[in-house]
Design a protein around this ligand. Sequence first.
Ligand code: ADP
Ligand code: MG
Length: 429
Amino acid sequence: MAQVVFENVYKSYQKNGSDDSQPGGAVLRAINLRIHDGEFMVLVGPSGCGKSTLLRMIAGLEDITGGTISVGDRVVNALPPKDRDIAMVFQSYALYPHMTVYDNLAFGLRRAANQDDRTTVGKSMDGKSDSKSRATLHPAIETFVVEFSRKLPKGWQYVTDREREIDRRVRLVAQSLQIEGLLTRLPKQLSGGQMQRVALGRAMARNPQVFLMDEPLSNLDAKLRAETRSEIVQLQRKLGTTTIYVTHDQTEAMTMGDRIAVLNNGQIQQLATPLELYNRPVNRFVAEFIGSPPMNFIPVQVKAPLLIQGLGNEPGNEFRMTLMEKYEPLLAGYDGQDVHLGVRPEHFSYGVPAPKNISIQVEMTEALGSETYIYGRLINSSETISNINIPIVARVSADRDIRVGEIVWLSIAPDKLHLFDPGTGLAIR
Ligand code: ADP
Ligand code: MG
C-alpha cells in the first residue's frame, strides 16, 4: 500500500506539446495531487476532461509529458507497467473464459506468488503470517503438485500454505461482492453484472500497492450499481488499499470518496471531502456539477452593503433580499454590479408573496411522497414570465398539492445561498 503523488503533471497527446483541441495545448495541465496511503480518492468530471488519461498515466499505459508521478517513494515515470504493482479495472472487462470464477479471482494471486514467493501472498491481510508451515517444496515442484492434485477428490488434494492464503483472500473478496455462490461457474454462465463483479473481485483479490478503477460500474443497471458501490467501498476499507476511482457520476463520487477531485478541461477545480464540495464549492462549475438536481443560478444586482435585487432593467421585478452580515466585506467591490445567486433545490421553501421571495410558474412536478420537486420558470411580480427566462427547480415539503401552471412563491434560506462572480465564475466567499 502506498501514497500516490502527482507533481505538476502535464499530458499532451501531440509530440510537440501543442494540442489544438485544448486551450493551453494539453489535455491535462498542472496536476498537483497527493493521494494518501489507504485513501479512497474519486476523480470526477464530465466526459473528455482527462480522467482516464490521468489513471492510465499512473498505470504506465500513457507516458507523462511533464512533471512526476510517484507511487510509494518511487517516481514511476520511467517504470514499465508490470513493475508498478498496480491493479486496474476498466468499464469493459475481460475474464479468462476457460477458468472458473474461483480461478479468475485467484489468478493474479497465484501469478504473483509464482513470481515472488516472499511477497504478496506471504503478507496475509491481517498481518499474521502462516507459520505452521511444513517442509517446503521448491515453488515450481509445488505448483506442479498442486495443479496435478486438483483433479483428485477433495481429501486427496495437496494444498500449500500459499494456496490456503489465496483461498482465504478469494473467499473474503467473493463474500464482500456477493459472488460466493458463483465460484464454480465459468464466465459464460454469468450475467453482465456478475461478470463485472468478478472482474472487480479479480483486481481486488490481488494485493497491489494501488487499485485504479475507471468507471467500473457504468455497465450495470441502477440498482446493481448502488449495491456494488457500497460493496466496493466496504471491501476497500477491509483491505486498506489506496484506491483511485474515476467516474462522471457525481452520486458515485459523493457516496464513495474519502475525498473527491473535481476535474474539468484537464485541470483540478477543487479537491475536498464530499460535504465540503457540496457546501463550499469554489466555483460555478463545481457548484453545478456536484448535486442533483443541480444548483439554481439567478442573476442579481448588488446594492452595497448587503442588498441583492432583481436585475434593474426588469419591469415589475421587485426581488430584494438582504444578505447576512458576513457578506458585507465580500461584496464591497461589487456595488452596482451583477452577480449570480446560487440556491440548491432544497434551500427553497414555500413562502408568501413578498419582495424577499421569488415566484415561479410551475411547469412540472414530481411528488415522491416524502418530498416534492417542482420545476418552473422565474416570473416577475407582475406575474409574467421573466424575460431573463430562468429555470428553477425546488425541493419542497410534500404536504401541498401543486398543479402545473400554478404560481408558487419560494423563500431562500439566507444562510445557505451562494454568490458567484459572473466573469471569473469564482465563488464570492
Ligand atoms: P475522460 O476519461 O475524462 O472522458 P480522456 O482522458 O479519455 O477523458 O480524454 C481526455 C482528452 O484527451 C479528450 O479530449 C480526448 O479526446 C483526448 N484523448 C484521449 N486519448 C487520446 C489519444 N490516444 N490521442 C489523442 N487524444 C486523446
Ligand atoms: Mg474515460
